[in-house]
Design a binder for this molecule. Structure first.
Ligand code: HXC
Length: 547
């Protein structure tokens, strides 16, 4: 015990001086105990990641290392790693000599904007970030802990997929991750950041999470790669076209956010996180704002003036309505005929779903229905109220839509709205026709407070379509040169009678026709009224099935 208390003295230099007859004042130098030296050596080697040449190759591809990625994401000094020393137990196919501590993935907890999140970051410099048993165990343990602690899970993926040397064990590892992605869906937010290859069945973990981020030129996702595609179908395609970020952001809809660079990607992730609660048992984080609640919106008045067929970007309306003009759009490049994303109104987070007349006149189609339905299910799971802005001429017609299943996909939107038990406020801006009027959070589908601008046209169908059916004989019998004038007259009559908000308001299907410039104040006040809304079943979890 006495040894432990004494300061060890370095002998070498002092002994030499004594031998030379010099009077010495021995310096006290701490000798690092062997166990501590060994610990630090092991830690440093494990933290270094893969061999230097693999790190150099990673950099040469313009990629950050797994640790640098975490550093971009978390608040400085907040990361607590777990499982650094775990390594593979597989010895087959010469892999024993390649064992590296950590097994190709860093797992731990860090603060993002001051709030805890569980984070894993795959390390491509270690066996190509491939997923073996230990690698999978580290991720699943982290997910279990995150679900218990009720904090979000963020995965940074850069991997060659299932570790081939570990065979079915690695496939089982994926199975365990997919199982947890699903089990914890709708309980804690799950985010996937793809910053390298993500191939084969491995793509299904990100696809099961709530949001997928990709980086231009770095990220690839595909079930079968270009070579297999060529062998199977004869199609020649490169990695980027097959499964790059823009492909998944604009065509497949797998990707929700595209970044121009890795740092830009982590900035976007942090921005998204600032709108999300930690789990389904909490409210989303409110933020003080100096933006006046009663700020007038002249643009809303303008809507009443313009020709109902004139396109405009609904993003402008959302931008004007929201606190400090901040709107985080989700799925920006996919199904642009509907716009979804997060804003704050009077400080509270709100999920917005809005038809966008700038694309396909804002009509609903298969992709728009899927996009909106999934977003609604996410916000409903996480206690985020819903604002629906309606300007919809109906469903997009065509054989491709019918055969592609617009009935089945359109039904998902109806289901999602009807199922959602968070506060739901609807504002009809202009057109709300037919089945699409019902779908877009109409009163009888469960809308809590339904507003309309005076410019709204709420009807079974557009006036021009309606008169062609109602007055087909009169129009046919009219002289050719009189027909257009007759159509205009009949359409106006129909419009005056039906295509306005007043008949709907008289039936109670619109609660209030509001002063356009005061829309922001009305919406904030209405969401406050509904803040305490609780419905039986409101806290039953639905999960966020990938629609
Ligand atoms: C074991 C792997 C690996 C894997 C890469 N490596 N993928 N090791 N299992 N799946 C290793 C490489 O052997 C190499 O090791 C190192 O990682 C870096 O790989 P490179 O090929 O040098 O890198 P690069 O040229 O950038 O190419 C990256 C790549 C390529 C495109 C990802 O490695 C590749 O095609 N890998 C195989 C992809 C694949 O088919 N995966 C299985 C998918 S099936 P050394 O020792 O040379 O450094 C699957 C099923 C999942 O994942 C099912 C879940 C249900």
């Amino acid at each position: 015990m006495a040894d432990l208390m004494e300061d060890p003295i370095a002998g070498g230099a002092a002994a030499a001086q004594q031998a030379a007859g010099k009077k010495t004042h021995p310096k006290k130098v701490r000798v690092v105990p062997e166990s501590l030296r060994k610990y630090r050596e092991i830690q440093a080697a494990a933290e270094a990641g893969g061999p230097p040449e693999k790190i150099a190759a990673q950099k040469a591809k313009g990629k950050l290392t797994a640790r640098e990625r975490i550093a971009y994401l978390v608040d400085e000094g907040s990361f607590q790693e777990i499982g650094l020393l775990m390594e593979s137990r597989c010895t087959d196919f010469g892999i024993k000599d390649k064992h590296i501590k950590g097994d190709g993935v860093i797992t731990g907890f860090g603060k993002v904007n001051g709030r805890l999140a569980a984070i894993f970051s795959e390390d491509f410099t270690q066996l190509g970030g491939s997923l073996g048993r230990t690698h999978a165990d580290k991720i699943t343990r982290l997910m279990d802990m995150a679900a218990d602690a009720r904090i979000p899970v963020i995965g940074i993926l850069d991997s060659g997929g299932a570790r081939i040397q570990e065979g079915v064990d690695s496939l089982d590892g994926y199975g365990e991750i997919f199982y947890r992605n699903t089990k914890y869906s709708g309980i804690v937010p799950q985010i996937s950041i793809i910053v390298g290859p993500c191939a084969g069945g491995a793509v299904y973990s990100p696809a099961l999470t709530d949001f997928v981020f990709m980086v231009k030129g770095l990220s690839n996702m595909f079930v079968t790669g270009p070579e297999v595609v060529k062998a199977a179908t004869g199609e020649e395609v490169d990695f980027e076209t097959l499964g790059g970020s823009m492909t998944h952001a604009s065509k497949s809809g797998v990707c929700h956010f595209v970044a121009n660079s890795e740092p830009d990607c982590y900035r976007q992730v942090k921005e998204l996180m600032s709108f999300l609660p930690q789990n389904r048992f909490e409210a989303a984080p409110a933020l003080d704002t100096k933006d006046s609640e009663d700020r007038k919106i002249p643009l809303m008045e303008k809507l009443c003036e313009v020709d109902p067929r004139k396109p405009y970007r609904v993003n402008h309306i959302i931008w004007w309505l929201s606190d400090d003009h901040k709107f985080l759009e989700v799925h920006h490049d996919y199904a642009k005929n509907i716009v979804v994303g997060f804003i704050r109104l009077g400080g509270q987070v709100v999920g917005v779903i809005a038809n966008n007349p700038a694309h396909m006149a804002g009509a609903l189609d298969i992709n728009a229905s899927d996009k909106a339905a999934r977003f609604i299910r996410f916000v409903n799971n996480f206690n985020i109220p819903i604002l629906t802005l309606v300007d919809v001429p109906g469903y997009w017609p065509g054989v491709a839509q019918e055969h592609g299943g617009i009935i089945r996909h359109g039904a998902k939107l109806l289901y999602a709205y009807a199922e959602a038990s968070v506060p739901k406020i609807t504002l009809v801006l202009r057109k709300a026709y037919g089945g699409a009027y019902i779908a877009m959070s109409s009163k009888l589908m469960g809308g809590d407070i339904n507003f309309s601008l005076p410019s709204a046209e709420i009807a079974v169908m557009g006036p021009r379509g309606a008169i062609e059916i109602l007055y087909s004989r009169q129009i046919k019998e009219a002289k050719e040169e009189d027909r257009e004038a007759l159509r205009v007259k009949l359409a106006k009559e129909y419009s005056d009678k039906f295509a306005s908000p007043y008949q709907t308001a008289s039936m109670g299907s619109i609660d209030e026709v509001i002063e356009p410039a005061r829309a922001r104040a009305r919406l904030i006040a209405a969401f406050r009224v509904l803040a305490g809304k609780r419905r039986p079943g409101a806290h039953e979890r639905t999960g966020n099935i990938p629609l």
